[in-house]
Design a protein around this ligand. Structure first.
Ligand SMILES: Nc1ncnc2c1ncn2[C@@H]1O[C@H](COP(=O)(O)OP(=O)(O)OP(=O)(O)O)[C@@H](O)[C@H]1O
Ligand SMILES: [Mg+2]
Length: 252
């Protein structure tokens, strides 16, 4: 198995709180892998360590076989890793098309200016059209992103990651705050990206229906540690996992 991502014994403390504690994780290339766990389990912190937004106190990160523990986020992006956030990170005052254009030009090292070479401009234009179609956003290409529905903004964010050339997509709660219809659309889009573009997906998710609909493997985090890992079916049947979630309900 070729690994898109491997984490070895990652640890990150905030003061005395061990947010991520000795977490190891392997994500096979071309697979769909979910990270679940109660609130505060360390999921988002783990993603920050994987993407390079945070440096681990201990442990190592490998991307497509190459160690990246000390590389900043933008270098990891160049190696094919992109991340989306719990709250969408888009350019809200620009149109959908302009958002994609900026990311595509940045990825190609092009300056966003009119004197850009005509050939490069045409290549970017073609890729924008292909992406708009892939994302189902052709009709909203000229709309200002900040005025779109939440679900569409999240899809634009996925579009930005694709524009940057992502081969491995880290999605932090991709369906959070979505209506059923938006959730279903997002799941379908992620399936298509996986199936037709061969993109490896690692996603944090609270909605177990989405986890079951997408993931081949599930890692459960609890209090900063890996509590269990397995197929969705095995995880759903795991008594320790049920107890961890029950503990949350009781505490909450
Ligand atoms: N920058 C920070 N400074 C201090 N503490 C932090 C910081 N970021 C996260 N934490 C703490 O670390 C723990 C793990 O937080 P994290 O956001 O990774 O959890 P999570 O699993 O993503 O939770 P949720 O499901 O609510 O998004 C929490 O106790 C949180 O309060
Ligand atoms: Mg989180």
């Amino acid at each position: 198995m070729r690994k898109a991502l491997a984490a070895e014994h990652l640890t990150k403390a905030f003061g005395r709180l061990l947010a991520v504690n000795g977490v190891s994780l392997e994500v096979a290339e071309g697979s769909v892998h979910a990270v679940i766990g109660p609130n505060g389990a360390g999921k988002t912190t783990l993603f920050a360590l994987l993407s390079g937004a945070l440096r681990p106190d201990r442990g190592r990160v490998f991307l497509f076989g190459r160690e990246v523990t000390h590389l900043p986020p933008e270098k990891r992006v160049r190696l094919g890793l992109s991340r989306t956030f719990q709250v969408p990170q888009v350019f809200p005052n620009l149109t959908v098309k302009e958002n994609l254009q900026i990311a595509l030009e940045a990825a190609r090292g092009l300056s966003p200016y009119p004197w850009l070479r005509r050939k490069d401009r045409l290549a970017v234009e073609e890729r924008i059209q292909a992406l708009l179609e892939r994302l189902g956003l052709e009709e909203k290409a000229q709309r200002t992103v900040g005025e779109l529905a939440h679900g569409d903004q999240r899809i634009v964010e996925v579009g930005l990651a694709l524009s940057l050339g992502a081969r491995l997509l880290l999605l932090d709660e991709p369906t959070a705050g979505m209506s059923d219809e938006e959730t279903w659309r997002t799941v379908e889009l992620l399936k298509v990206l996986h199936r037709e573009e061969g993109i490896t997906l690692l996603f944090i998710e609270h909605d177990m229906e989405v986890v079951f609909g997408l993931a081949e493997r599930v890692t459960v985090l609890h209090l900063g540690e890996v509590l269990a890992e397995g197929t969705p079916e095995a995880i759903a049947a795991d008594e320790r996992v049920q107890a961890a979630y029950l503990g949350e309900v009781v505490r909450g």
